[in-house]
Design a protein around this ligand. Structure first.
Ligand SMILES: *[C@@H]1O[C@H](CO)[C@@H](O)[C@H](O)[C@H]1NC(C)=O
Ligand SMILES: *[C@@H]1O[C@H](CO)[C@@H](O)[C@H](O)[C@H]1NC(C)=O
Ligand SMILES: *[C@@H]1O[C@H](CO)[C@@H](O)[C@H](O)[C@H]1NC(C)=O
Length: 343
């Protein structure tokens, strides 16, 4: 039985090599060039696993690598030399290392014209890396010490749709129209846990997710979301928003589905759109909820047989305020789809 099984395996092997678009010679060269510190699975020859090895530097990476895992090491330098042949990389994971901005060598990233995912969470960067390749779709640089976004760093990055900058040291003067220029197709930005006191300007109209939790934001400009007609998920928990800093209709934007305003200083429930599904207002300073004011439509026009007339709110948190029970009957009459309310 050994022979047929062996044959079967050769077929599997040839199949997997062909499916990864490599010739036999490329395959053999790739396997032979596997850095000795790393693991190179024979059935997945485009991937090199060098994570959790205590590495202080990046080993020489062979040409046909698409996926390179270097997370959880002690790497200080993103070395152009070690990565000289790694021009086909699609996915580079450098999370949890010790790379500083000075350690990102000149030209190392834009020599990777196919790079789609660059992960550098939990490093020691002080600014967003420059010279990023135009192919990039996801850039994660959370929990570094980033205080600077070099002007024009995103210009030409027309494919970038996710930018994670949470847990850095960004202040208002770092996040400007000039520094964000070029983010023409951004869908999600995470700026949580920085040091912003105002809303970032210059975000593109493609945005659907805007996460700003844990800053010191005090107010929102009138009509702020007019420039973001697709915004659906808006997180502003743990900021310093008082009701005087929230213009009357600022959140009354039909695209918003999820609005999170926990742990602020609001004294009133803001005006919400009828399509809103989740509303978090817990841990504010709201004293009372006037059911007829909070309802986005007038209660007597709600007709259960006409779907569009029923406000969409399913989840509502109001706990940690100064509201005394019972719950206003109008809330229940208005939000007929509510499945959960915490007071
Ligand atoms: C790059 O590839 C060339 C040709 O195969 C080889 O001679 C050289 O050592 C490689 N360099 C690195 C840094 O891997
Ligand atoms: C909220 O917006 C809707 C749709 O634009 C509008 O009809 C409604 O009057 C607004 N609500 C308030 C309280 O202004
Ligand atoms: C709620 O607000 C409406 C309109 O502003 C007002 O007429 C009504 O008296 C208020 N209800 C309560 C219980 O304060």
């Amino acid at each position: 039985m050994a022979l047929p099984l062996g044959l079967l395996c050769i077929l599997c092997f040839v199949g997997s090599v062909i499916s990864q678009d490599m010739t036999y010679e490329e395959y053999m060269a790739q396997i032979q060039a596997c850095p000795q510190e790393c693991t190179c699975p024979p059935n997945f020859p485009r991937a090199i696993y060098c994570d959790n090895k205590g590495l202080k530097s990046i080993p020489k990476i062979p040409t046909n690598t698409w996926y390179l895992y270097l997370q959880n090491n002690l790497i200080e330098v993103l070395s152009a030399d070690a990565l000289r042949n790694a021009t086909q990389l699609r996915w580079l994971n450098l999370n949890r290392n010790k790379i500083t901005s000075e350690g990102v060598e000149e030209g190392v990233l834009n020599a990777m014209p196919h790079l789609v995912h660059l992960y550098m969470d939990d490093n020691l960067l002080s600014s967003v890396p420059s010279q990023l390749p135009a192919s990039l779709e996801h850039l994660r640089v959370s929990r570094n010490r980033i205080s600077k976004i070099p002007a024009g760093v995103f210009i030409g990055l027309d494919k970038l749709n996710l930018l994670d900058l949470q847990g850095n040291k960004l202040m208002d003067d770092a996040v400007t129209e000039v520094s964000l220029k070029g983010l023409n197709n951004l869908v999600q930005i995470n700026l949580a846990k920085n040091q912003l006191t105002s809303m970032p300007l210059g975000l593109p109209p493609t945005m659907t997710q805007l996460f700003l939790d844990g800053n010191n934001i005090e107010k929102i400009p009138i009509g702020y979301f007019k420039g973001l007609p697709k915004v659906a998920f808006l997180r502003l928990n743990h900021n310093k928003l008082g009701s005087s800093g929230v213009p009357k209709n600022v959140f009354n934007v039909s695209s918003i589905l999820d609005l999170q305003l926990s742990h602020n200083q609001l004294t009133e429930v803001p005006v919400i759109p009828a399509g809103l599904e989740h509303l978090l207002l817990d841990h504010n300073m709201i004293k009372s909820v006037n059911g007829s004011n909070i309802c986005p439509v007038s209660v007597d026009t709600i007709d259960d047989s006409v779907n569009e007339s029923v406000p969409r709110l399913r989840y509502l948190r109001l706990d940690g305020n100064e509201i005394k029970p019972p719950i206003s009957r109008d809330i229940i009459l208005c939000f007929r789809l509510l499945t959960s309310i915490v007071i």
